[in-house]
Design a protein around this ligand. Structure first.
Ligand code: NCD
Length: 291
């Protein structure tokens, strides 16, 4: 599925075996010294970010550098020809003639797939508006897999802005490939889009005691206010009491006020480890795609 020269824009075409094969390979990257610098045949990777990013852009930058590659970072698009009204397609045509791979974050859904049509080099989707965030999903799955040793048989409760959260949109498609029970928790205005909803998903406006007690993975997201979303919810002391001892709490970050910092020292808080797993996953991806 992912091979040398391929784009990675969506998880919708992946099978269970593809994912399991990826997670095992990520493990081999994780087992090495992640920060070992191996100078090899250098490639140039463009980090083209039209939206803010801390973790995704810097982990791609670090992964590329530790693999011995160089990175051209374009994150102040107001200083590029985009400010003159250049289309995404023309920017991609230009960059793809200079670099070996483009990591793209863009505010419009479908931008990565549009880019892959005109690009002569692989495009990696680092978030396309409310669309997908497939590389985040690989690190989310890896975090779950590392903790439980499996994905099958788990109950995953997705809580927050399920409508606009692209991490949710990619994750739900990948979890659907496994025997995973999915609970959707959040305000009715922020429900999962219909195209992703499957029979058997349980919907609730709050994390009830019963839902919490049967959850293995609580995956929280923030309200995407920059996309016009509104809503209020937060993880509570009662939620912490109700979640089982071997459960984990994840969050793609940034968090705002939905996940309070008093929970950070709880052994079930996995979001910082989740974030650091981004390095192994992105090293794997660049290695696989650049060869
Ligand atoms: C997420 C994103 O950009 O979609 N952040 C990330 O990449 N870790 C989540 C978010 O912005 O809420």
């Amino acid at each position: 599925m992912l091979s040398k020269g391929s784009c990675f824009t969506s998880l919708s075409t992946f099978y269970q075996d593809d994912i399991l094969n990826i997670l095992e390979t990520v493990k081999s990257f994780d087992d090495q010294n992640l920060k070992r610098f191996i100078p090899n045949k250098k490639k140039l990777i463009a980090n083209l970010f039209y939206e803010p990013s801390t973790r995704t852009s810097s982990s791609f930058y670090a992964a590329a550098t530790y693999l011995g590659h160089e990175v051209l970072s374009i994150n102040n698009v107001q200083f590029s020809s985009v400010a003159k009204g250049e289309t995404l397609e023309d920017t991609i045509r230009t960059l793809s003639s200079y670099v070996h791979c483009i990591v793209l974050r863009h505010p419009e859904e479908g931008a990565a797939s549009r880019a892959s049509i005109v690009s002569s080099v692989p495009i990696i989707n680092a978030g396309d508006g409310v669309g997908e965030h497939p590389t985040q999903t690989l690190l989310d799955l890896y975090t779950i897999y590392k903790h439980f040793g499996r994905l099958d048989g788990l109950t995953v409760s997705l809580m927050g802005d399920l409508k606009h959260g692209r991490t949710i949109h990619s994750l739900v498609q990948a979890l659907e490939l496994f025997d995973v029970k999915i609970n959707l928790i959040g305000p009715t205005d922020l429900k999962l889009p219909d195209y992703l909803f499957r029979e058997g998903y349980l919907e609730s406006v709050e994390l009830t005691a019963n839902l919490a007690q049967t959850t293995n993975v609580l995956y929280m997201t923030r309200v995407q206010r920059e996309r016009g979303a509104q809503g209020n919810y937060a993880f509570t002391k009662l939620d912490a009491e109700n979640l089982p001892p071997n459960s984990i709490v994840m969050h793609p970050l940034p968090r705002v006020d939905e996940l309070p910092s008093w929970f950070d020292t709880d052994p079930r808080a996995k979001y910082f480890e989740q974030m650091s797993n981004g390095l192994a996953v992105r090293k794997f991806l660049l290695d696989r795609i650049l060869g």
